[in-house]
Design a binder for this molecule. Structure first.
Ligand code: NAD
Length: 248
């Protein structure tokens, strides 16, 4: 896939799936805006892309703050002049069972996992719609389609990401812009490893029909495909990347 001369914004780019996506866009020739609240991590990823001959800029933003999203997109336009792809990857997934959920937890989950996705889409569409081109890929989860213990609020946010993406896809359908969803299954990322031991990862893998966790690069590949001209007919679609562990 070829993205030379194109500009891609990747949120959550410092770690996990976001990092793999930013690196993949860099390898494919895109100018990459690596956006994350983790400034050092975003800078590391941008440096990694530049070290391998790509073009990247790191941008620190707390995406729960719409003003920071607005400033981020403006910075990308000032730097590269356009936005061709947006991968909304950043999310958090701490667990809380129903009686443990507090207002603070609800707001924290929704503010990043759903509200930030909308405002990143809105700010980017302010650029893509006048361009008459561009692709947004929002990252959902298998949790959007089935319950997972301790993740009901996360499931609600990710279900919201799916519905939001369909609504936006319809609104932009006649403009040359596309909006799609990638729904990863269990993926071996920094965020997962921060919470699970190798033993727990192995035990979970044994329960999966694939017998293994997905690699972040496998999710990135689906994101790049949807952003590429090869997917020019796909709008409002969902690609599950889960090794067949659930099928919708
Ligand atoms: N890993 C999995 O098994 C899995 C499964 C299904 C869906 N997903 C989804 O894939 C995406 C990536 O997950 P991951 O496992 O790679 O996560 P991760 O924790 O490894 O990385 C998430 C990134 O988001 C950043 N971030 C957190 N809060 C932020 C904020 N307020 N503003 C800006 N950036 C912020 C973090 O700094 C981090 O770099 C998420 O949308 C997640 O819900 C992951």
């Amino acid at each position: 896939m070829e993205f030379t001369g194109k500009t891609a914004i990747v949120t959550g780019a410092a770690n996990g799936i976001g990092r793999a996506t930013a690196v993949a866009f860099g390898k494919a020739g895109a100018n990459v805006a690596a956006v994350d609240i983790d400034d050092a991590g975003a800078k590391r990823v941008a440096a990694q892309i530049e070290d391998t001959g790509g073009a990247a800029t790191a941008y620190q933003a707390d995406l729960t703050k719409p003003a920071e999203i607005k400033a981020m997109v403006q910075h990308v336009v000032d730097t590269y002049g356009r936005v061709d792809a947006l991968a909304n990857v950043a999310a958090i997934y701490p667990r809380a069972t129903v009686l443990e959920v507090t207002e603070e937890y609800w707001d924290r989950m929704m503010d990043l996992n759903l509200r930030a996705v909308f405002f990143c889409c809105q700010e980017t569409l302010r650029v893509m719609l006048p361009q008459g081109s561009g692709v947004i890929v929002n990252i959902a989860s298998g949790a959007a389609f089935r319950g997972i213990e301790g993740l009901s609020v996360y499931s609600a946010a990710k279900g919201g990401v799916v519905s939001l993406s369909r609504g936006l896809a319809l609104e932009v359908a006649r403009t040359g812009v596309r909006v799609n969803v990638v729904a990863p299954g269990n993926t071996d990322t920094d965020g997962i490893r921060a919470n699970l031991t190798q033993e727990q990862l192995d035990a979970a893998a044994a329960e999966l029909v694939s017998g293994r966790w997905m690699e972040p690069e496998e999710i990135a590949a689906a994101i790049l495909f949807l952003c590429s001209d090869a997917a020019s007919g796909i709008n409002g679609g969902i690609i599950n990347v889960n090794g067949g562990n659930y099928m919708i």
